[in-house]
Design a protein around this ligand. Sequence first.
Ligand SMILES: Nc1ncnc2c1ncn2[C@@H]1O[C@H](COP(=O)(O)OP(=O)(O)OP(=O)(O)O)[C@@H](O)[C@H]1O
Length: 341
Amino acid sequence: MTRVQLRGVGKIYPGRRGSDPVVAVEDVSIDVASGEIHAIIGYSGAGKSTLLRLVNGLEAATSGTILVGDDDITGLPESRLRAVRGKIGMIFQQFNLFHAKTVAKNVEYPLIVAGMPAAERRARVAELLDFVGLGGRAKAYTDQLSGGQKQRVGIARALATNPGVLLADEATSALDPETSREVLRLLSRVNREFGITILLITHEMEVVREIAHRVTVMDDGKAVEQGSVFDVFSNPQAPTSQRFVATALPTTPAEEHLADLRARHRGSLVSVTLRDGGVDQPVIFSTLAARGVSVSIVHGGVTEVGGRSFGRVTLELIGEETAVAEAITALQAEAELEVLS
Ligand SMILES: Nc1ncnc2c1ncn2[C@@H]1O[C@H](COP(=O)(O)OP(=O)(O)OP(=O)(O)O)[C@@H](O)[C@H]1O
């Protein structure tokens, strides 16, 4: 069981040929609990890859401390870093497999480096390939595999030496949505069955929603928001988080779409947020029915986030003007409701 702790971590790259230094990561603190799946999300250039390289010690932080398990990797000499890296597995967007080697040889490679005897290696490789569902493809060459299968080989190889932490660098970005979900489900199993802590970076909110427990949102080198996936999705605070959430959740219609809805629906339009632990849907419908107001859902929906439900629906309310106004006032006391027209 391994936790990862970043405290005030910064990375400044020296400017090239007289240009200004680049602040890639600035004062980032993240606590990844042992056995947690923690996602770091951000747009291109936010500093995600740099952060991951600092965690596996490929690059040295300019400031702050990084603990992997009980090892403070900041300031460790290369010889000691190698031992810590042995406890960290890594998978990549482009898989980084050896094309001239078979599937089995790819997975065996880190075991050879670790000095494991041949008979044990064979047994371990067979066990790993079974786990990732590639038991029948041991002798195939990696260029005969689909993208999803290649990433399964990457995962088996990363797990070979029993790491406590798995770092995933945009691990599903090169895959189609269905294959991406299969690989994410496999990563969830890795986390659940072996208790491996996973730190993954991504620019896709769907990835966060699918498997992460907690999330850090990065923007311009800084951690601008952190929290449980449900909290960040259902109530994003930072503008960057709000933009990401809008890509993955039903939202209030944007202005141009709203104009279209208004043209097609003559009733009053209201947007209601449905949050696990918030107002019950029957309360909304009975409040409207009691005043003779009829209701249609015209936009949005309800979805699963972090194992809980969250939704935002736009409703068209039709009835007597005073009855609709009264119903809206009554609902505002119970629910998160925004009047759109
Ligand atoms: N070796 C380097 N030398 C100089 N600047 C760098 C170096 N690596 C990254 N940077 C800069 O640091 C900033 C953060 O880059 P980084 O690759 O970590 O972002 P990212 O969020 O991973 O983006 P992407 O998703 O596009 O990879 C960028 O401005 C980038 O140009």
